[in-house]
Design a protein around this ligand. Structure first.
Ligand code: NAD
Ligand code: MG
Length: 381
């Protein structure tokens, strides 16, 4: 595979980021228009010339032809299973449908599943791959910025339940991740901005240089300049690779946990506004990060100027920075109730990711309900 890839790498602008974990090794391949080479790129990884494409319907309408053509070129057989777009698809119901269909269509241990869509598709396809026949190989072809920089790398797969999001799942690593920046040309602007929030978040956690780079290049990214996008994806994946290589199964307080900066509050806002597009995940994360910086400044542990920089940057790329400007009024008590149900609560205490400044995140269980309540009221609840 290395020979094939290096030949392709030389012939077009492609970047390869290797990820090495305890039991797996895989490459994240980043480039513009690499979908048309997908067949050639993945061929060396296939144990059988048969793949099952789980595709988001919207993505399939726009890009499936190209993917299929690339498979035809190298004589790989395929079946396509289409999934309706939207968070609701990450459910028991679709998990059952997908796994049942895979079995009916004759999936075998050596078949490979291709996830072709955003985080919803990747999470559902990954969990299906992890469990059908006790595990079949899968490859991620993420098509949203969020999934290219975040959900496709790291091996978290799963579905939502009526009790909460992402509560049923498995750690299951892909055989490869193919991130094509050209696919993002058709991504709605708001989705792009939301994905960008996770890149900024990476910088805020422990990569101040990345945040500085974002301050300089954020506008270019949200106007989809390909070279800039590729660079941003590469840096964000590099950051995520570093974190997961050190803490594959989220067992350390200073490891994967930190990736949840802005997420506890973000999730509660998402839960409150429903998952119907009023507040996208990345938008909730941007607002969640702003709230954490504001909280830490109020607590006297983070310089005001850092908080202002963070707010200013998110605002400059049209991401929400205050509860005041959400599409509907929010009650602080509702948010606090959601927080208590957050899966990250341990021994009845909620673990927060706090900051001592930009690039200085740490975990803490010492945030009182009163501090949170005051923060939320002050921010517009
Ligand atoms: P998504 O998969 O719902 O995609 C967003 C929308 O964009 C959908 O309507 C989809 O049809 C459309 N779309 C996708 N690609 C497109 C393209 N190229 N052109 C046009 N339209 C396109 O959302 P997402 O933001 O990618 O993922 C969110 C999900 O990811 C959530 O369920 C979240 O829990 C999960 N997630 C998982 C992890 C992880 O580690 N596994 C990390 C972060 C988020
Ligand atoms: Mg996230």
């Amino acid at each position: 595979i290395n020979l094939v890839i290096s030949a392709l790498e030389n012939s077009s602008k492609m970047h390869i980021l290797p990820i090495t974990l305890s039991k797996n090794h895989y490459d994240v391949i980043i480039g513009s228009d690499i979908l048309q080479q997908c067949g050639t790129l993945i061929l060396p990884l296939l144990k059988q010339k048969k793949v099952f494409i789980l595709a988001d319907q919207t993505v399939a309408d726009l890009h499936l032809d190209k993917l299929i053509h690339s498979l035809d070129l190298v004589h790989v057989n395929y079946e396509v299973i289409l999934l309706p777009p939207g968070e609701k698809t990450k459910s028991f119901q679709y998990y059952e449908k997908v796994t049942q269909t895979l079995l009916e269509k004759g999936v075998e241990r050596n078949s490979t599943i291709l996830a072709f869509g955003g985080g919803v598709t990747g999470d559902l396809a990954g969990f299906s791959a992890a469990t059908v026949l006790r595990g079949v190989p899968f490859i991620q072809i993420p098509t949203t910025l969020l999934s290219q920089v975040d959900s496709s790398v790291g091996g978290k797969t799963g579905i939502n339940t009526s009790v909460g999001k992402n509560l049923l799942g498995a750690f299951y690593q892909p055989e490869a991740v193919l991130a094509d920046t050209k696919i993002l040309d058709t991504l709605p602007q708001r989705e792009l901005q939301a994905g960008y929030a996770e890149i900024v978040k990476a910088g805020l956690i422990n990569d101040p240089e990345l945040f500085k780079w974002c301050e300089k290049n954020g506008k270019k990214i949200i106007s989809k300049e390909h070279a800039c996008l590729a660079k941003a994806i590469e840096m964000a994946c590099q950051f995520k690779a570093r974190v997961i290589q050190n803490d594959e199964y989220e067992q350390q307080s200073t490891g994967r946990n930190l990736l949840n900066l802005g997420h506890s509050l973000g999730h509660t806002l998402e839960a409150e506004l429903g998952y119907d597009g009023r507040l996208l995940h990345g938008e909730a994360v941007a607002l969640g990060c702003c709230l954490i910086f504001k909280l830490c400044t109020q607590m006297g542990i983070c310089p005001e100027k850092d908080t202002q920089r963070v707010i200013h940057h998110f605002e400059s790329v049209n991401l929400p920075v205050t509860i005041k400007r959400l599409p509907q009024p929010i009650r602080a008590s509702n948010l606090l109730n959601h927080l208590k149900h957050d899966k990250k609560s341990q021994n009845n205490k909620i673990t927060f990711i706090l900051v001592n400044g930009i690039g200085k995140a740490f975990t803490s269980q010492d945030v009182s309900e009163k501090q949170l309540y005051n923060l939320l009221i002050e921010d517009g609840c």
